[in-house]
Design a binder for this molecule. Structure first.
Ligand SMILES: Nc1ncnc2c1ncn2[C@@H]1O[C@H](COP(=O)(O)OP(=O)(O)OP(=O)(O)O)[C@@H](O)[C@H]1O
Length: 230
């Protein structure tokens, strides 16, 4: 059995039909080891989001397979996918995705409400995570009372609440200025190391690739060698 947490083999995805068909992924293969931070890079439309959606089980490939922690995500029934996402995966998006009426602490605690954690265990984990992301003093604030960078810190804390083995982040710095973006990526790097999660992070931001263990470059739905100009 493979020791890689994520195995993507020959994944192909076509949206639409006939003349309108768009090949979003054209035979993509990728492996991620436990604790590895992989940055997915590539121009707009190169297939980064589609690939993350396949790995996260948010969409299914037309061909090829995706295996996460030994589970074949690409063929798993929807109910089992839900459990897998809840127990093994954390998600971070460009738009933060926080619930506006909940405080920072309540937002971080949302995934824990779907588990058997007691209220005391939940509170303790939430407090730990908020201090890990530097927001211990902002627990009671609502998203609209926080800056974009702070909101993304809350989203990062929330993504790790269930101690996922895989973190999937799609343009996590896309709405942030470059300095704040760098801070978020530095934090993400530290969290990946501290919690020993594997992370797949899609970004346009060339300044952020230095923090990756590995950079995978996509062009027109294919993995290309970053050393070879296209
Ligand atoms: N649901 C969909 N229906 C039709 N076409 C889609 C759909 N999702 C993605 N595509 C197309 O697939 C291709 C890959 O899109 P994708 O969003 O994966 O690229 P990306 O690299 O993440 O781009 P960006 O950096 O702009 O987010 C694009 O041509 C896009 O228009």
């Amino acid at each position: 059995m493979s020791e890689d947490l994520v195995v993507v083999e020959g994944v192909r995805k076509v949206y639409g039909q006939g003349e309108a068909a768009v090949t979003a992924l054209d035979g993509v293969s990728l492996r991620a080891a436990p604790g590895e931070l992989i940055v997915l890079r590539g121009p707009s439309g190169s297939g980064k989001t589609t690939l993350l959606n396949m790995v996260g089980g948010l969409d299914r490939p037309d061909a090829g397979r995706v295996v996460v922690a030994g589970h074949e995500v690409s063929t798993l029934p929807e109910e089992e996918l839900l459990v897998l996402r809840r127990d093994l995966m954390g998600f971070v998006f460009q738009s933060f995705g926080l619930i506006p009426v909940l405080s920072a602490a309540e937002n971080v605690g949302v995934p824990l409400r779907l588990t058997r954690a007691t209220a005391a265990e939940r509170d303790e984990r939430v407090a730990t995570l908020l201090s890990l992301v530097g927001l211990a003093d902002h627990a009671a604030q609502r998203p609209y009372e926080m800056s974009g960078g702070q909101q993304q810190r809350v989203a990062l804390a929330r993504s790790l609440a269930n101690r996922p083995r895989l973190l999937i982040a799609d343009e996590p710095t896309g709405q942030l200025d470059s300095q704040t973006g760098r801070q978020i990526m530095t934090l993400l790097r530290a969290l990946v190391d501290g919690e020993r999660v594997t992370a797949l992070v899609a970004t346009h931001d060339a300044a952020l690739v230095g923090l990756a263990d590995r950079v995978v470059e996509l062009h027109d739905g294919r993995v290309v060698d970053p050393a070879i100009p296209v």
